[in-house]
Design a protein around this ligand. Structure first.
Ligand code: MF3
Ligand code: CO
Length: 286
């Protein structure tokens, strides 16, 4: 080994680390694994930009969490999200995204995701509500969602919300550097089904950061050891949608967005944005 490649303190130079990563990725590619393209592996500068976007995004969710109450319309929440985001120099990513008309997705009870805020939708006692916030700051995207319980909620719905939160945590814990995306989905599916619930198949987590939705697709079901190699520098969401009944969903034919459970039973979702590091996942927005 050439002495020139080492710094005085014995740490390998950046070029050597890059060579090492290249060799490692080639090894996996040769064995038939899906390996991320270079553009998906974020630089430290890009990760810092996404982290700062995530700080605003998390701030929006904290603001909503402090404000939600029975009697509030989802349009009021939409206005809070818009105002907070722009006053922090950022842009709500959903607004005008592929024609989405509002700044945030708000999904109540049997609505799985992509609910459109409206003056006509009023939060009521007993509802479980997902608020899904995505932010663009200086061109960097972040994405996270939380569930809120409105007033007194039945034990049945409360348990769905709790188990879904556990699914996100358990999925994140299953993600190891140089593991696979499928490790995440397998862990989530196991936990959901063990609790008598089903995992939505038609919608997934996703790479995020330079665009709203990038590769890889992060399914919340499937098999360990499959899917893209989890290379440090990958930034992606995990956002399990867990149904009390059947996993099948429908899309509203009129608005083209609102996703509902086919059987009308409740659904819950939690989402964080993560970066894979040499030591495992780190949260960038929650
Ligand atoms: N925030 C959603 C996600 O988690 C995407 C919503 S797309 C929108 O990926 F257009 F509905 F905002
Ligand atoms: Co997302």
């Amino acid at each position: 080994m050439s002495k020139m490649k080492f710094r005085y303190n014995g740490a390998p130079a950046a070029s050597l680390i890059a060579d090492d990563l290249e060799r490692k990725m080639a090894w996996y590619r040769q064995r038939g694994h899906e390996v991320p393209l270079h553009k998906l592996i974020k630089t430290p500068e890009q990760i810092e930009g996404i982290r700062l976007s995530g700080v605003v995004n998390t701030g929006v969710l904290d603001l909503v969490e402090a404000a939600v109450r029975p009697g509030m319309t989802t349009a009021e929440i939409d206005r809070m999200v818009y105002d907070y985001t722009v006053s922090h120099g950022a842009v709500p990513a959903p607004l005008n995204y592929e024609g989405f008309p509002k700044s945030v997705c708000i999904s109540i009870n049997e609505v799985v995701c992509h609910g459109i805020p409206s003056e006509n939708v009023i939060l009521k006692e007993g509802d479980i509500v997902n608020v899904d916030v995505s932010t663009i700051l200086d061109g960097f995207y972040s994405d996270a969602s939380r569930m809120f319980l409105i007033g007194e909620v039945s034990d049945e719905k409360r348990r769905l919300v709790e188990v879904t939160r556990e699914c996100l945590r358990i999925g994140a814990e299953a993600a190891r550097p140089f593991g696979f995306v499928g490790d995440i989905g397998a862990a989530i599916q196991r936990h959901a089904e063990k609790n008598g619930y089903s995992v939505v198949r038609d919608l997934c987590g996703h790479g995020v950061g330079l665009e709203f939705h990038e590769e890889p697709e992060v399914a919340h079901f499937g098999h360990r050891g499959t899917g893209m190699l989890l290379v440090p520098g990958l930034v992606f969401t995990i956002e399990p949608m867990i149904n009390m009944g059947d996993w099948r969903v429908t899309v509203d034919e009129v608005d083209g967005w609102t996703v509902r459970t086919r059987d009308g039973l409740p659904s819950a979702q939690w989402e964080h944005t993560f970066v894979m590091t040499e030591n495992g996942l780190k949260v960038l927005s929650h």
